[in-house]
Design a protein around this ligand. Structure first.
Ligand code: TXA
Ligand code: MG
Length: 307
């Protein structure tokens, strides 16, 4: 029997029970599907790392019901920033309180928090009444899942319960903002744009984050560099259409099977998976401008293209 269940009130209540009992639940957020566990239960949190094949030093985002629950996990929460962007695709990195297990934060003194806007994620948090640690519900380094079918493909029965509410609307992950740096620094561009943050905060830096450490550590092993969000086919990115067309002609002359990806945030990861499943050798893509959500889309494409 499949572990994919429509996100009805009964199935959300069942998912909340599974979380409370220390199990794994995949659920939709407005960005991508998350693989959730009880954030204050170290055994449950360790299951996330096992299910994803994720290295234990890569910290998780904790999803909370709102500012009040956030205050039980972190210090120095900026109320005005939270009021402006929560619920929504903004993750705040703050000094953690002692009750947050080291498994969640990979031993760091900070914790990443966000309040999701998706009604199913909100209903699950409300039913469970506990903070939910959840990375994207994909295998480590694969494109993030934007449908329940993607989760099923990647994780199969490694997850106890998958709540299905159709495709996720934003399509790229949350913006990770480190508030322990001055000025605050974007560690990962995402669903809230740099421009929106700058309008509230003034100065905002763009800093390397954990995902850059993944690449730098070359986790794929000797001789291979680490990729993130990567399809099986080679992905090549271009700044303009003319360059892409020239490359496409050359590849076709060599007898290669070529797919062209038209990038838009809501369909980005689904399109990468779809093109990959057609069996093409190479996927070509023109990068969007680095403004608004385009910054996040460029970031994911460039990581996926790292050869
Ligand atoms: O939209 C999202 O953020 C999705 C949904 C499920 O909420 N979650 C997600 O989680 O993308 P994940 O694990 O795939 O990415 C979490 C990223 C890490 O790669 C890291 O960059 C950052 O969040 N992060 C988490 N805790 C951190 C910390 N204490 N300090 C710095 N960065 C942290
Ligand atoms: Mg991820």
């Amino acid at each position: 029997m499949s572990n994919v269940h429509p996100a009805t009130p009964e199935n959300i209540a069942r998912a909340a029970e599974i979380l409370r009992a220390g199990g794994l639940v995949a659920f939709p957020t407005e960005t991508v599907y998350g693989l959730g566990a009880h954030a204050l239960d170290p055994r449950a949190v360790r299951k996330i790392f096992q299910a994803k094949d994720r290295p234990s030093w890569d910290p998780l985002i904790v999803h909370v019901t709102g500012l009040a629950m956030a205050r039980t996990l972190a210090r120095e929460l900026p109320a005005a920033l939270a009021a402006r962007f929560w619920p929504g695709p903004l993750t705040l990195v703050l000094p953690k309180l002692p009750r947050v297990p080291a498994e969640v934060t990979a031993g760091r003194s900070t914790v990443a928090l966000r309040v999701p806007r998706h009604p199913v994620a909100a209903a699950l948090l409300a039913a469970a009444q506990l903070p939910i640690a959840a990375p994207s519900a994909n295998r480590f380094r694969c494109p993030s899942p934007t449908t329940a079918a993607h989760v099923r493909e990647d994780l199969g029965d490694r997850v106890d319960w998958i709540l299905d509410a159709g495709p996720t609307p934003v399509g790229v992950e949350s913006t990770v903002l480190d508030l322990t740096q001055t000025p605050p620094a974007i560690l990962r561009p995402g669903g809230v744009s740099r421009e929106e943050l700058a309008a509230v905060l003034g100065a905002v830096a763009l800093a390397p984050g954990v995902e850059d450490e993944v690449a730098a550590r070359g986790l794929a092993g000797p001789g291979m560099s680490a990729k993130h969000y990567a399809p099986r086919a080679r992905l090549e990115v271009f700044e303009d259409d003319r360059q892409l067309q020239a490359r496409e002609r050359a590849l076709r002359q060599q007898g290669k099977r070529v797919g062209v990806l038209v990038p838009a945030a809501p369909t980005l990861f689904a399109e990468i998976r779809r093109l990959d499943a057609t069996g093409v050798d190479v996927i070509l893509c023109v990068l969007p401008a680095a403004t608004g959500i385009g910054l996040a889309v460029r970031d994911r494409l460039q990581r996926a293209a790292t050869a």
